[in-house]
Design a protein. Sequence first.
Length: 301
Amino acid sequence: MKPADLSNTERLALELGHAGRNAVVYIDEDRNADRPITLHTYRPYGHTPDRPVVIVQHGVMRNGDDYRDFWVPAADKHKLLIVAPTFSNEIWPGVESYNNGLAYTAMGNPRHVDGWSYALPARVVADLVAAELVDGNNTYLFGHSAGGQFVHRLMSSQSHAPWKAVTIGNPGWYTLPTLEHKFPEGLGGVGLTEQHLERLLSYPMTILAGDRDIETQGEHLPCDPPAMAQGPHRHARAHNYLAAGQAEARRRGLDCSWTLHSVPGVGHDGRAMSAVCASLWFDGKMPDADEIARLTGGQVA
């Protein structure tokens, strides 16, 4: 049987049955059968199904292979399976399809939330479990830049059941935790409910904001009025998002369970933020100043 004839589960079991890097075509037969994605993966020697899997969402460059590679040192150290679902711009064009989740049809009508692009990472995890590559108990989710936009909107709209921990780093702007503004500025007008909003506020999501991610202009920095209303740069917008979540939670008599780390010495750098996230999750601490200085040699959006 040719790989193209295999199910997702069979293909994953075949292609990820050995150590090393790989690129696996993945097709969501449920609601996006005409829109395949590529899973850029790394499985270290010594990884077993009870070890963690980290789902990594790439930035605006659609460079899942780079983001996979950013996590290879942590994968080798901690025996992590790395899976970077990659949404090509040819098949998933523009911010509408990736950052904003393909929430609307071409005619501007809301699609069912189960068909949004944010639904795919959980389906990938379910197939990894079915392929007996992971046990489903240690699944982590990270996104940087456009991937940070993707992940916090995923957490706003999808089940939290697969995720042991979730971290976003340096999104360009945020969907505010309110139903009073239409998606993606807020959560209104697309079928999301009070329950979605309260579940989001209650999840212990981590926000990483580089204290040098303070450019106020740039090709990939959202500068339309809703984004500018959140602050002049990404670092300010992260603090604005946390404040908005805390205010909305107080209004509802809830606790906002989010945590924000302002990361010293780091700008809009996907490699450094990946390493910071890995250290927080698996070493239980922020990297020291020398390690951050070593990491910040190159910046990738």
